[in-house]
Design a protein around this ligand. Structure first.
Ligand code: UTP
Length: 298
């Protein structure tokens, strides 16, 4: 329980209904932001925190994720023959990582997806990355949470202050501020109506969990939306032990939502060396057209 955080879970078995029909036959986590699937940004984030054991919870579309982190002999052969060494290196860059897969037979909720990870986690703390919450590589959210875990030895949830009207999209906490950016949580509500929300501190897609979460998840009943909710399980856990929130004030993209996905795509494209010039010019032209109100909606 008191070892360092060396493991990470990527739940990727959700149905991704907000992105249908794109997610009918492939997982949301494989949608690209510029030229990398969302899940790859999450894997790179975990690698930058010295995490060494990776688990992806897959659903019925597991093959595209597995193939993405594996060798692709035909493609490699073609790239080799055409001298595209840089691309060859890029497509195999992450193949060495210690990556395991567990299948969640039915999408019974995030809590259930985490429960599926029990044999992987064993008795160690574990990070959880929801890869549709994209955190740019220059931010250090997960690293800061791991450092906080070393001090507190307790579960830590990433929090963001969101506008009141948006709270119903998130799990929301009530808690007491303990120090700069750190809250001791005393209650959680999943997707509350704005007038019933205990605060505007929303849980975002990074967690450090301890193995005692599994005792609670094993007994969990379906909650909001008929799903086994991780927030319900954490709510029960905090009756027995301290649980903390870490307030993140950096940049995050909710890329599980179409607008957030588009914002992430635009910002990452503007940071991309090959694209930023031409794409920036295109955006400026488009902005001028919009401003002059001659941009017709399609
Ligand atoms: P979301 O709440 O975003 O649900 O899941 P979703 O199914 O992916 O997408 P929408 O809301 O229908 O558009 C949060 C995270 O939990 C995973 C998802 O893959 C996502 O990473 N998840 C959710 C599972 O792994 N299993 C589940 O049963 C539910």
């Amino acid at each position: 329980m008191f070892s360092d955080v060396k493991k990470v879970i990527f739940p990727a078995a959700g149905l991704g209904t907000r992105f249908l029909p794109a997610t009918k036959a492939s997982p949301k986590e494989m949608l690209p932001i510029v030229d990398k699937p969302m899940i790859q940004y999450g894997v790179e984030e975990a690698l930058s925190c010295d995490i060494s054991e990776f688990l992806i919870i897959t659903g019925k579309h597991k093959h595209s994720i597995e193939d993405h982190f594996d060798y692709a002999f035909e493609l490699e052969d073609k790239l080799k023959k055409s001298g595209k060494d840089k691309l060859l290196e890029e497509i195999n860059r992450l193949n060495h990582i210690n990556l395991a897969y567990i299948r969640q037979g039915y999408a019974l909720g995030l809590g259930h997806a985490i429960l599926c990870a029990k044999p992987f986690v064993k008795d160690e703390p574990v990070a959880v990355i929801l890869s549709d919450d994209i955190i740019p590589p220059e931010e250090t959210l997960l690293l800061d949470m791991i450092r906080l875990y070393r001090r507190l030895k307790s579960p830590i949830l990433a929090l963001e202050r969101v506008p009141k009207k948006e709270v119903s999209r998130y799990g929301v906490i009530s808690g007491v501020k303990e120090s700069e950016n750190v809250y001791r949580i005393n209650g959680l509500v999943e997707k509350p109506a704005p007038e019933k929300a205990p605060s505007s501190l929303a849980i975002i897609g990074r967690y450090i969990l301890t193995p005692d979460i599994f005792d609670v998840l094993e007994k969990a009943k379906p909650g909001k939306g008929g799903e086994i909710q991780l927030t319900d399980a954490i709510n029960e856990l905090l009756q027995k032990r301290p649980v903390y929130g870490f307030l993140f004030t950096g940049k995050r993209y909710d890329a599980g939502d179409k607008l957030g996905y588009l914002k992430a795509t635009v910002d990452f494209a503007l940071k991309n060396r090959e694209l930023s010039g031409a794409f920036g010019e295109y955006l400026l032209e488009t902005a001028v057209k919009l401003k002059n109100n001659i941009h017709k909606r399609v």
